[in-house]
Design a protein around this ligand. Structure first.
Ligand SMILES: [Zn+2]
Length: 363
């Protein structure tokens, strides 16, 4: 078992919360800097599953006195991200920046809600960081454009007349609609093969690195005096399928060097084609397995591994339309698979609103 402390906090009820313990003598100093990493959603893929929110991670930073609440960074914004932020007491207008790993709906549909709500309640522009337009050649040529996504995010509401109707209700409401809430900061091409700074505010610096999943996928790292966290997203190995040494991304491994926390999507090895699963092999292979993530965390010297975007879902005998061979998986199954790598750091099997707090005085 992990030696971390678990408790339900009334403000987060009824959802589960975990806070990393610290026994530092300075732990309660009000001017100590802190960073909190919260999983705002742990569901992997576009299926619905009960009350699980879509993929996302909130990173906040500040002082103990401010409740680590001076800077709010949201990484991916899947279904019900706004609801989870509300449970944390974070209004849509408070978010400083949203970073998107890739343009799959399980990571983006919550952004529509965030922007529309922000606009409705007279918020200002928020930074949106994601990869610049990418043209994909081959048998299914297409353009992946985060800029187009941001610019057209509430197109249906505009076409339907809702934006004009709501604009008519208040002169304070920006007539350009929710897209006026986007300050697009594209990560320019070619996407970085070594970490590149993409956002900064005071003590908080965010860098990005290209990683493989779909075109334009990025992984991010936040560095603060209180510690560092890497958001791997759905990254997988550049080599599409075995034989290969690992299912994990070389880019994520590079940007994770000595990080305090690695938050990463995972797929359990049991769900693979070798185990009789009907889950599509090509989708299985473009994710990082829990065992390989443990090995990556060990090699990179990561102290805490937070598994999220769990495929299959904890405790469910199917993931979407795909049965889980051998039946539902438990937290212990996920942790054990990560431990098989020999990783000795802390393993957190993600649940919505699970939170890890880091303190500058512990660095
Ligand atoms: Zn995903």
């Amino acid at each position: 078992m992990n030696d971390f402390f678990q408790y339900a906090v009334s403000r987060l009820m009824p959802v589960f919360c975990v806070v990393g313990l610290t026994f530092s003598g300075l732990a309660n100093a009000q001017n100590d800097h802190c960073m909190e990493v919260t999983l705002t959603g742990t569901l992997g893929g576009p299926a619905f599953h009960k009350d699980l929110a879509g993929s996302g991670t909130l990173v906040r930073y500040g002082t103990v006195e401010s409740g680590c609440s001076d800077v709010f960074l949201q990484f991916d914004a899947g279904r019900a991200t706004g609801m989870r932020l509300s449970q944390l007491g974070v209004a849509a207008n408070k978010v400083d920046a949203v970073f998107i790993t890739h343009l799959h709906s399980d990571h983006t549909v919550g952004l529509i809600d965030l922007l529309q709500t922000r606009w409705h309640f007279f918020g200002g522009p928020m930074d949106l960081i994601c990869s610049d337009d990418i043209t994909v050649k081959g048998t299914h040529p297409r353009e992946m454009s985060c800029g187009n996504f941001g610019k057209n995010i509430t197109a249906a509401a505009e076409i339907a007349g809702e934006i004009a109707q709501r604009s008519s209700e208040s002169k304070k409401r920006e007539s350009a609609g929710p897209t006026s809430m986007v300050n697009f900061m594209p990560v320019t091409l070619p996407l970085p093969s070594t970490p590149r700074g993409v956002w900064q505010s005071g003590d908080v610096a965010v860098s990005a690195i290209a990683s493989t999943h779909i075109a334009g996928h990025l992984s991010y790292r936040v560095d603060t005096p209180a510690g560092s966290v890497v958001i791997g997203g759905d990254a997988g190995n550049e080599k599409a399928a075995p034989p290969r040494e690992s299912s994990t991304s070389a880019g994520v491994e590079l940007i994770s060097k000595n990080a305090d926390v690695l938050v990463h999507s995972t797929i359990h090895p049991n769900f693979g084609p070798d185990n009789g699963s009907t889950f599509p092999a090509n989708i299985f292979y473009r994710q990082s397995s829990s065992t390989d993530l443990g090995a990556l965390a060990k090699r990179a010297g990561v102290k805490n591994l937070m598994l999220t975007h769990l495929i299959p879902v904890l405790g469910a005998d199917s993931h979407g339309i795909y049965p889980v061979p051998g039946g539902a998986l438990s937290e212990a199954d996920y942790e054990q698979s990560a431990r098989e790598s020999g990783y000795k750091g802390k393993v957190y099997v993600g649940k919505d609103l699970m939170t890890l707090r880091l303190l500058e005085s512990d660095q």
